[in-house]
Ligand binder design. Structure first.
Ligand code: FES
Length: 352
């Protein structure tokens, strides 16, 4: 409710600005006054940059209209202009909601062929203007917190958990929960948040596994160390294989929450023939997104993040039904859909 009231207020202010600034758009004026003000998109500015090996830690000041409320564990999307085009990715927030002077903190790790991550690691500097997609995500700590928690993380999968721990500290919740953190790193030198975790050593049990010498953690290893593991509410974040392993172990009996950033392509949608409003057609197999089908058919469709964050790719569904693979919702004719994460459920027609 609070979010929708905020949106209504912002829409009203945008409308007012538009009435007084037409024929030029409000952005034509606001950008002159402050590059963080925009009525068209959410903006931010990189404020602080700290590098740690192949990870860069960024503090970002959100601009006008960016919702700053979030739950510890959620992520934001950021869009950075590279060679004339905005590249979008999502990153978990690492700060607690009321800390860090209203800034967002994120950690970006270099990934192979990662255009944005490599750009940020090489060139991010204070003062850089970026675009922002509001905090979102279902991977966050419930409130009040569960009585027994196990965090299972690997590599930069620890980032949302850092926010959760900071959030628990902020809300003074360590007294009401028994917390174990099992974190896998290649070696202790790679452990970006080692010093941060030391601050929680009095409040939680921390187990660090160095995979270069001990190998990857298996469920049975952890069950030996934490015999009541199955009775704990588990929050896991890390590479896809790790999450697959833990989901298989958990089955139906264990409360396991996990965060994946790659698109899960399985759904009830069987694919179908896609007709674009410019007359092009393509038959999409199950799991093929509308955006991918458009590209295969040579339709110049807009896109940004390709992950359902930035909404650059939104198009009107003119006929048929699609499934949004991120939300799981089915959308019908007349609705606007995110083409980068939506797949056809039978034959459809869509705005090109
Ligand atoms: S390209 Fe960003 S939401 Fe689809």
């Amino acid at each position: 409710m609070a979010v929708s009231r905020t949106r209504d207020r912002l829409a009203a202010m945008r409308g007012l600005l538009k009435r007084f600034t037409t024929p030029l758009l409000p952005d034509d004026y606001s950008a002159v006054l402050n590059p963080l003000w925009s009525t068209r998109e959410l903006r931010g500015r990189i404020e602080e940059v700290r590098r740690h090996g192949d990870v860069v830690l960024l503090d970002i000041t959100p601009g006008w209209g960016v919702p700053t409320d979030f739950q510890p564990g959620q992520y934001i999307g950021i869009g950075v202009e590279i060679a004339g085009r905005y590249i979008w990715r999502s990153y978990s927030l690492t700060n607690a909601p009321n800390s860090n002077q209203g800034r967002f903190s994120i950690a970006v790790k270099a990934v192979e062929k990662g255009k944005l991550s490599n750009h940020l690691i090489g060139s991010a500097s204070p003062g850089t203007a970026i675009r922002i997609a509001a905090p979102a995500g279902d991977f966050y700590l419930p409130h009040p917190v569960p009585e027994k928690i196990a965090f299972i993380t690997a590599g930069t999968g620890i980032t949302p958990v850092i926010s959760m721990l900071r959030g628990m500290q902020e809300r003074k919740e360590f007294a009401s929960s028994d917390v174990v953190l099992h974190h896998s790193v290649r070696s202790r030198d790679d452990h970006v948040f080692g010093e941060v975790l030391e601050q929680f050593a009095q409040d939680i049990r921390i187990i660090i596994r160095e995979t270069s010498t001990e190998g990857r953690a298996k469920a049975e290893d952890l069950e030996q160390l934490v015999p009541d593991l199955r009775q704990r509410e588990i929050f896991a974040c890390g590479p896809a294989e790790m999450l697959d392993h833990w989901h298989q172990w958990a089955g139906e009996d264990v409360a396991l929450h996990s965060e994946r950033f790659s698109l899960q392509r399985t759904s009830d949608a069987e694919g179908g023939r896609i007709e674009f409003s410019n007359g092009s057609q393509h038959t999409a197999a199950s799991g093929t997104t509308i955006l991918e089908a458009g590209e295969a058919a040579g339709v110049p469709m807009p896109f940004g993040c390709r992950m359902g964050i930035c909404h650059t790719c939104v198009r009107q569904l003119e006929e048929g039904e699609v499934i949004d693979l991120v939300s799981g919702e089915t959308h019908e004719s007349g609705e606007r859909v995110r083409t980068c994460v939506s797949v056809p459920k039978g034959d459809i027609r869509i705005q090109a």
